[in-house]
Design a protein around this ligand. Structure first.
Ligand SMILES: NC(=O)c1ccc[n+]([C@@H]2O[C@H](COP(=O)([O-])OP(=O)(O)OC[C@H]3O[C@@H](n4cnc5c(N)ncnc54)[C@H](O)[C@@H]3O)[C@@H](O)[C@H]2O)c1
Ligand SMILES: O=c1ccn([C@@H]2O[C@H](COP(=O)(O)OP(=O)(O)O[C@H]3OC[C@@H](O)[C@H](O)[C@H]3O)[C@@H](O)[C@H]2O)c(=O)[nH]1
Length: 313
């Protein structure tokens, strides 16, 4: 089995590669342009006979011979996906078209990592896969959430029109070791701030909620979805829901009780609430997350302390 992972040098992608490489018969090819990812995340596999790393931007066609495609390439942190919004759209739309073209030529199964952001600022809570969402089509987040929605449309049209085997995961906020230290997402920000003894920046109002999934759980969900028979979309996330005020308190308690918490301005269109309904994942895949936030934060803290060079005192 030869498997392509686009975006495999990123946070989730590199953990997925670790899991795929554990299977002795798998060969893994990663294609990544290193916009938010890094070779460092894959250093243990570089030089391995079953592993190949290609610098490639998926908004251009890619010619490789594989049996399965995990299509993850796309900046995921709001700061990075807004940085060059037109490029984010090209990555989602042209990139997904290119990967579907590859899947069509090879008759390969393709899994796309969509997002809870397709639900926008959801009016249904928790979110089921049947909910169509509440998305601003012209806002600063649209390059990402509308880009992912268009990519889901392309996936289903290739499936209906050409019989391509597709899998769609709608991933909710995921955290863990190897996130970029200055990634800008909330869990990595708070952990880095707590270790550096800088105020935790809670964006107002602080009552907005998210549900945080530990990366090993998420990766198990992705491989189970790929190996199963359901096209999805299937929500993959941890239903444990926290306000940003609660998250800041948890990080303060677990990492640095002395650290201050400060309130800062938010960005436009920030979703006010988000929690996955994972009934479908449980029924169809037999999947549910195992690691809760209070267990996951210390695991991520170890990795951040090591990279920041600040040991526990
Ligand atoms: N982490 C989350 O909470 C979360 C939630 C929902 C969905 N997702 C999705 O999961 C996937 C992985 O997210 P992540 O958190 O690992 O993000 P990440 O930013 O760490 O990884 C994305 C990877 O894609 C690469 N990339 C970006 N544009 C590319 C392009 N045009 N060509 C080739 N490579 C490109 C980056 O260099 C990086 O290695 C993304 O598709 C993201 O939208 C993540
Ligand atoms: O320092 C910070 C950063 C963020 N936040 C808040 O934390 C919440 C989560 O923000 P993040 O930037 O981590 O992530 P978001 O939930 O906005 O988007 C994420 O959603 C799912 C995925 O597709 C992506 O990983 C990302 O787009 C927001 O309400 C934001 O206002 C803070 O309070 N402080």
């Amino acid at each position: 089995m030869r498997i392509l992972v686009t975006g495999g040098a990123g946070f989730i992608g590199s953990h997925l590669v670790d899991k795929l490489m554990e299977k002795e018969k798998s060969e893994v090819i990663v294609a990544d342009n290193y916009f938010t990812g890094s070779k460092d995340n894959l250093k243990k596999w570089i030089g391995h006979p079953r592993f190949e790393l290609i610098r490639h931007d998926i908004s251009r066609p890619l010619f490789v011979e594989v049996d399965q495609i995990y299509h993850l390439a796309c900046p995921a942190s709001p700061i990075f996906y807004k940085y060059n919004s037109v490029k984010t759209i090209k990555t989602n739309v042209m990139g997904t078209l290119n990967m579907l073209g590859l899947a069509k030529r090879l008759r390969a199964r393709i899994l796309f990592t969509s997002t809870s952001e397709v639900y926008g600022d959801p009016l249904e809570h928790p979110q089921k896969e049947t909910y169509w969402g509440n998305v601003n089509p012209i806002g600063v987040r649209s390059c990402y959430d509308e880009g992912k929605r268009m990519a889901e449309t392309l996936m289903f049209d290739y499936h209906r029109q050409y019989g391509i085997e597709i899998r769609i995961a709608r991933i909710f906020n995921t955290y863990g070791p190897r996130m970029n230290i200055d990634d800008g997402r909330v869990v990595s920000n708070f952990i880095a701030q707590a270790i550096r003894n800088e105020p935790l920046t809670v964006q107002l109002p602080g009552t907005q909620t998210r549900s945080f999934c530990y990366v090993s759980d998420l990766v198990d969900g992705l491989t189970q979805l790929m190996e199963g028979t359901d096209t999805g979309p299937i929500n993959l996330g941890n239903p444990g829901e926290f306000t940003m005020n609660e998250l800041a308190k948890a990080v303060q308690e677990l990492i640095n009780p002395e650290v201050q918490i400060s309130e800062v301005e938010n960005t436009p269109d920030d979703p006010r609430q988000r929690k996955p309904d994972i009934t479908k994942a449980k029924e169809v895949l037999g999947w549910e997350p195992k690691v809760n936030l209070h267990e996951g934060i210390p695991l991520m803290e170890d990795d951040f302390r090591q990279r920041l060079g600040v040991p526990r005192t």
